[in-house]
Each structure stands twice: as C-alpha cells, then as structure tokens.
Design a protein. Structure first.
Length: 332
C-alpha cells in the first residue's frame, strides 16, 4: 500500500469524486486497473475505487462500460462484493465497491496449497455466488484467485460484470492485444477476454456462444490451484496457456497430491471438462456436489506412485524371505 503520489491523475480523480469520497491511498497500480482506497465521508466507511488504465480505456466505449457494469450493481448476495457506483475521469472509466477487510485468495496461495477442508469451504461460497449471479443472467467471465476475497471466515467474489462490461463496450476502431498482471488479457477485437490461466477452452477460442459454464471451468482451475499451489500450464506465455486450455487436459489433481478424497477429485475433474456440455449444468449442482460428506472424508484416489510406495515394502519383505530360505538351504 502506498500513499497517494503527487500527480495530476489523482487530483483529477478527487475532483471527479467531489467531497463525498476522499482518496486515502493507492493500493495497487498497473495491470487491469489502478486501485485506491477512499473514505465515504457521509457513511464513514472505506470503499475501493478501481480505475481502468489508459491503454484499456482506449479500446472501450466509456458510456457502454458504465451501463454494463452497473447491471451488476443489482446483485445483492452475501458472497458477492457489490458495485456501488461507476463514472469517468479524463476518459478513464472507474467503479466503486465496498472495501473488504481481509486478503485475496491470491495472497493466501502465496503461502502454499490449502487444506482440503479450507478449499472446499471457499469453493462452496464462490459456487453459491455464481449460482445467484447466473440465475440473474450475469456471468463473471474472470473467476480467479485475485477476484476471490477471504474475510470473516468466508469467501466473497469481486469484479462481477467487469469482463462483460469490457467485452460489450469495445470500440471497433481498435484491434490488438492488451495484457496485464497475472496474465490478465483481452483482445480489443473481442476474440477473448479474461485471464488466460483461468480461461475455459471456448472462451480462449473466442466462441461467441460462451456462457455461464465458462465460470465453472474457471472455478475448477481455482480448485486445482488451491490443491497444488500453482495453476495448470504454469510458466507458459499467455498465448501458450490459452492454447493449452483448448487442446490439453490438466493432469488429474490426485496425481499431484495424495490427500484429496476421491469425491473431491471427481468434482474438480467434472468442472475441468473441455466440452461445456460435459461440465455441471449449473453452479447450484456444484454446491450440492461439494456438500457430499465424502468430499471431505471419503477414500482417496489410488495413484501409481502411491501404489509403488505400497508395493516396495512387500518386495523387500519377499526378498528377505527368499534370502532366508536360500541361507537355510546352504547351511543345512
């Protein structure tokens, strides 16, 4: 977190906000947005203001962006961070959300993989948020650890409507590719928008029929990452990652970690199916699957390496028996 720099963009934003919101500090910069914390003077609460960078704003229609992102303001759910307002400053769109006192799942993952119980609890909260949003015809399009916040023992999803607003408001005057933090990327021609590491195959391929099931694939990638510590196809370029989602299946999570119950591994595998029709139909189906007690306490998936570890003592014991028989024969 940084104090506000002495520069005109911040002064311009403060003038646009007027006296109702007072900028306090810049939280992050670069990537898909510059993020500030501000004080809502009337309500005496902290809020977050996200401002799109100039290179991204140049590829969108600001008015359409504001209209689309305010659609998500109607979402009122315990696991969704609502949009409070949206506006424009010097041609740069911005939107305002409540400040969440906690950490992102991205920050939590920096300390390593999660316990199964912790991961399942987070997934259920996110799936509940998705179920509500999808029922209200809102698809997130950018589910990733950065947009999942952990607070008060639960998970909440932020930035609902942002990817759709960007996609819907793209101006036809510009084409090209824009990339940002954690591989966040969009093509100004509308071919693909989101974050490559979490894109469903149909989303990466620019399928215009991409629907809510892309969010479920992204949720599967998040689950895979919580279990292993990294996303599949880690270390590749954004373009290679997108291609990998289209043509390659991530390794089974049980091949990377041996304490994952069979039922939980099955949920993750179901979410990561290449064809949307082969994934769960709805996020509510994911919630029900995760509520199965076997997801937390069922038997584990047997893996080849685990099998080899179990066979090794048996082979050693067998060799000892054979050696004893040979020695007994020789010493008769």
């Amino acid at each position: 977190m940084n104090d506000l720099p002495d520069s005109s963009p911040h002064d311009a934003l403060q003038r646009e906000l007027g006296g109702g919101l007072r900028l306090e500090e810049q939280l992050t910069g670069g990537g898909m947005s510059t993020v500030y914390r501000a004080r809502d003077v009337a309500l005496n609460r902290s809020v977050v203001i996200k401002v799109l960078p100039a290179e991204l704003a140049a590829a969108v229609s600001v008015e359409r962006f504001k209209r689309e992102i305010l659609v998500s303001a109607a979402l009122q759910h315990p696991h969704i961070v609502p949009v409070l307002s949206a506006g424009e400053v010097d041609g740069l769109p911005y939107f305002v959300m409540p400040f969440i006192d906690g950490e992102s799942l991205r920050a939590r993952l920096a300390r390593g993989p999660l316990a199964v119980r912790e991961a399942v609890a987070i997934l259920k909260d996110v799936a509940r948020a998705l179920s509500y949003a999808h029922t209200n015809d809102v698809v997130h399009r950018d589910i990733k650890p950065d947009n999942i916040l952990l607070t008060g023992g639960s998970a909440v999803v932020t930035d609902f409507g942002v990817a759709k607003a960007l996609n819907a408001s793209q101006a036809s005057r510009r084409t090209g590719h824009i990339s940002g933090a954690h591989g966040a990327a969009m093509t100004a021609s509308g071919i693909a928008i989101g974050t490559p590491a979490y894109m469903a195959p149909e989303q990466a391929a620019g399928d215009p029929n991409t629907d809510h099931r892309a969010d479920l694939y992204a949720l599967g990638i998040v689950a895979w990452e919580m279990m292993t510590g990294t996303a599949p196809f880690h270390g590749l370029s954004p373009q290679q990652v997108m291609a990998s989602h289209v043509v390659h299946t991530p390794p089974a999570v049980a091949s990377r970690r041996y304490d994952v119950p069979r039922a939980f591994a099955a949920v993750i595998d179901h979410l990561l199916q290449k064809e949307p029709r082969n994934r769960p139909r709805f996020a509510a189906d994911v919630v029900r699957a995760l509520e199965d007690p076997a997801v937390l306490s069922g038997d584990f998936v047997a893996t080849p390496s685990a099998g080899r570890r179990r066979r090794r003592p048996l082979l050693i014991a067998g060799a000892v028996v054979v050696l004893a028989i040979v020695l007994a024969f020789l010493l008769r």
